[in-house]
Design a protein. Structure first.
Length: 248
């Protein structure tokens, strides 16, 4: 079945979601997260784009970006390629890291712009990673609240609609916003699941787990399921294909 053409944005603003292949972890530590942020910032100047929001999660990324329609694919391709090169070098692996095609949706009006902005900033809270959006280091929220001399986020557009006080109130309001939503049902939270994976396999990251001999890997996969991790969760945290996880 041919792919659907992307919807072009009349405003040039897009909500982008990029995630790991088979939903695997793409950021193992703070260094990885910092490298990705430097990468999106580096190509921002080359493509003359504006980044209104970002949030880096363990296995996916959200961006709210304004860019020429014809340049979006080039920008995302360069960002992904540079980060994959870094990740593969660091973890001594080969092959793709990101799902083949990033998701995108056009953002055409101010109301939906603010909805997406809030959704992106609230992502870590709704995932149970932190108690408030101010606590999360790897989103753009704190660049709005505590601006720096050099920062990735372009805040003027949002502040043309809301004062700083209104912005803080709106961003922290309880919401049921759903924008390019990833829905995952897990029986064990990811932090605990990662600890279980490390305990059983003695692997410190995804690349080490993927490099295990097949029989050893399959034995560990079976043990992880017995510990209460779901098939989808194991797939996401180890990068092992769901069919192999199911068979183990």
């Amino acid at each position: 079945m041919p792919r659907q053409a992307r919807k072009k944005s009349e405003s040039g603003i897009y909500h982008i979601m990029l995630r790991g292949i088979n939903r695997q972890v793409i950021f193992e530590d703070d260094e990885d997260l910092s490298v990705f942020l430097k990468t999106i910032d580096m190509y921002k100047a080359e493509f003359d784009c504006q980044i209104y929001a970002y949030c880096l999660m363990k296995n996916h990324v959200h961006l709210l970006i304004k860019i020429n329609n014809d340049e979006l694919h080039k920008y995302m391709r360069k960002v992904a390629a540079k980060y994959v090169y870094w990740y593969n070098w660091k973890y001594d692996r080969v092959g793709g890291l990101f799902q083949d095609r990033y998701k995108s949706e056009p953002v055409e009006d101010e109301g939906y712009f603010l909805t997406v902005l809030r959704y992106i900033h609230q992502n870590p809270v709704k995932a149970g990673i932190c108690g408030s959006i101010t606590e999360y280091k790897y989103s753009s929220y704190n660049e709005y609240i505590h601006p720096r001399t050099h920062q990735i986020t372009d805040t003027d557009f949002a502040f043309s609609m809301l004062s700083k006080e209104q912005f803080e109130i709106y961003m922290n309001e309880e919401s049921q916003d759903k924008c390019l939503e990833i829905q995952e049902i897990v029986r064990v939270n990811d932090s605990k699941a990662q600890a279980i994976i490390r305990e059983i396999s003695k692997c410190n990251n995804v690349a080490q787990f993927q490099a295990l001999p097949c029989d050893t890997r399959n034995r560990f996969l079976s043990e992880l399921k017995a510990k209460g991790l779901s098939v989808r969760q194991i797939e996401r945290l180890t990068g092992i294909n769901r069919g192999l996880v199911q068979k183990a």
